[in-house]
Design a protein around this ligand. Structure first.
Ligand SMILES: NC(=O)C1=CN([C@@H]2O[C@H](COP(=O)(O)OP(=O)(O)OC[C@H]3O[C@@H](n4cnc5c(N)ncnc54)[C@H](O)[C@@H]3O)[C@@H](O)[C@H]2O)C=CC1
Ligand SMILES: O=C(CO)COP(=O)(O)O
Length: 342
C-alpha cells in the first residue's frame, strides 16, 4: 500500500519537520512523493504565505533562511490538505488543535494514522480532568495517534545539527512507519512503548522552561537553574505517574525527558520570554507579541491548565514549582518567589 503524508501546521517546528519529511518520503518506494502542508493563511508583504512557500520553497515568516524540498506543497485548505492522506502529522500550537479536529471530523479515511508533535494538553475549564492531545485526535477523528517529542529546537534541527527525538507508539507498526518519515543521521529517532509518558514530558517541560527563564532574568546562576530543572523533572514524573500509572521511569531518560528539559531551559522561546518578563516587567502576552513574530508561547497556558487540574484535585501543595510558576505568570507574584516557594 502507498502511504501519503500530510502535515497539519507550518509554524517554526512544522516547517523544520517539513524539510525532513519531504526528503525522507523520497527515500522509500511505499511513500507518495508529494507532501501537502496545511498553512493557516496570512499575508506577508502583501502576498499569501502559501504562494510564497510554493514559489520560494521557504517559509519566510516562521523559518526564514531554510529551503524546503520542492515536493512539499503548501495548501491553505485544511480538508484538501488531508483528503487523500493516510498519515497525518499534527504540528500546530496546542490551542488550535480542537478547531482543526472539528473541521476534519468525519472526513478522514478510517485507515489513516496520526502522530502528534504538539507539546501541550487539553483541559476543559468546567471539567475535572484533562486529555492528552493525541487522545483528543483519536477521540474526534476515530484514528490511532502516536506522539513525537524531544530536545528539538526547530532552527537547530532545520540547520541539520545532530540531535535525538522520541516517538511514543500505541501500535509498534505505526511507530516504525512514522520513524521512516522522521529519522535521519542528524535527527535520530528512538521509538518507545509509552505514548503517554512521551507526550506528558513534552507538555510539562514547557512550564519548567518558564522557570528556567525566570531564574535567568533574576541572574541567579547555573546552580539555581540546575535545581529548577531537577525539581521540574521530579514534578513532571510525579504528575505523569499520578494520573497514568503505566508511565515508565525510563521515558524520562529519553530525548523527550531530561534532554528536552535541558535544551528548552537553555535556548527555547518559553525561557527567552520568561527572562524578558523579569528584566522588563512586561506581561507574557505583550512579550509574546513583541518577541515572537507570530510564533506561540506554550508554557504559560500549560501552566494554567496544570494549575486548574491541581486546584480541582487539591494537589497544589504537592507540586510547588509548577504552582509558583503559574502564580508568577498569572497572579503577578514577584519572580523571586520561584526560589522562596519551592
Ligand atoms: N518551535 C520549536 O522549536 C518546537 C515546537 N514544538 C511544538 O510544536 C507545536 C507547533 O509549534 P510551532 O510549529 O513552533 O508553531 P509556532 O509557534 O511557530 O506557531 C505559529 C503557527 O501557528 C499558526 N496559527 C496562528 N493562528 C492560528 C489559528 N487560529 N489556527 C491554526 N493555526 C494558527 C501560524 O499560522 C503558524 O503556523 C507546539 O506545540 C510546540 O510546542 C516542538 C518542538 C520544537
Ligand atoms: O520544544 C522545544 C524544544 O524541544 C521548543 O521549546 P520552546 O517552545 O520553548 O521554544
Amino acid at each position: 500500500m502507498t502511504e501519503k503524508v500530510a502535515l497539519i501546521g507550518s509554524g517554526n517546528w512544522g516547517s523544520a519537520v517539513a524539510k525532513i519529511v519531504g526528503r525522507n518520503v523520497q527515500n522509500f518506494p511505499h511513500f507518495n512523493k508529494e507532501v501537502k502542508m496545511w498553512v493557516f493563511e496570512e499575508q506577508v508583504d502583501g502576498q499569501n504565505l502559501t504562494d510564497i512557500i510554493n514559489t520560494k520553497h521557504e517559509n519566510v515568516k516562521y523559518l526564514p533562511g531554510i529551503k524546503l524540498p520542492d515536493n512539499v506543497i503548501a495548501c491553505s485548505e485544511l480538508k484538501k490538505t488531508c483528503d487523500d492522506a493516510t498519515m497525518l502529522v499534527f504540528v500546530v500550537p496546542h490551542q488550535f488543535v480542537a478547531g482543526v479536529c472539528e473541521q476534519l471530523k468525519g472526513r478522514i479515511s478510517p485507515n489513516c494514522k496520526a502522530i502528534s508533535l504538539i507539546k501541550g494538553m487539553d483541559v476543559q475549564e468546567s471539567g475535572h480532568g484533562f486529555r492528552l492531545i493525541s487522545d483528543m485526535i483519536q477521540d474526534s477523528l476515530g484514528i490511532r495517534s502516536c506522539v513525537l517529542s524531544g530536545a528539538n529546537i526547530a532552527s537547530e534541527v532545520a540547520e541539520e545539527r545532530f540531535c535525538e527525538t522520541t516517538i511514543g507508539y500505541r501500535n509498534l507498526e505505526d511507530g516504525e512507519l512514522f520513524k521512516q518519515i522522521f529519522h535521519t543521521p542528524k535527527f535520530r529517532v528512538n521509538i518507545v512503548d509509552d505514548v503517554v509518558g512521551v507526550e506528558l514530558c513534552g507538555a510539562l517541560k514547557n512550564i519548567v522552561a518558564i522557570g528556567g527563564g525566570l531564574v535567568d532574568g533574576l541572574k541567579l546562576g547555573d546552580n539555581t537553574k540546575a535545581a529548577i530543572i531537577r525539581i521540574g523533572l521530579y514534578e513532571m514524573r510525579k504528575f505523569a505517574q499520578m494520573f497514568y500509572k503505566d508511565v515508565k521511569d525510563e521515558t524520562f531518560f529519553e530525548s523527550c525527558g531530561v534532554a528536552d528539559l535541558i535544551t528548552t531551559c537553555a535556548g527555547g522561546r518559553n525561557r527567552k520570554v520568561a527572562e524578558a518578563h523579569v528584566t522588563t516587567g512586561k506581561s507574557f502576552d505583550q512579550l509574546e507579541q513583541e518577541m515572537l513574530n507570530g510564533q506561540k508561547l506554550q508554557g504559560t497556558s500549560t501552566a494554567k491548565d496544570m494549575f486548574n487540574i491541581l486546584t480541582k484535585k487539591g494537589l497544589c501543595h504537592e507540586f510547588p514549582l509548577m504552582t509558583v510558576i503559574y502564580r508568577i505568570c498569572y497572579e503577578d507574584l514577584p519572580p523571586i518567589r520561584i526560589v522562596e516557594d519551592i
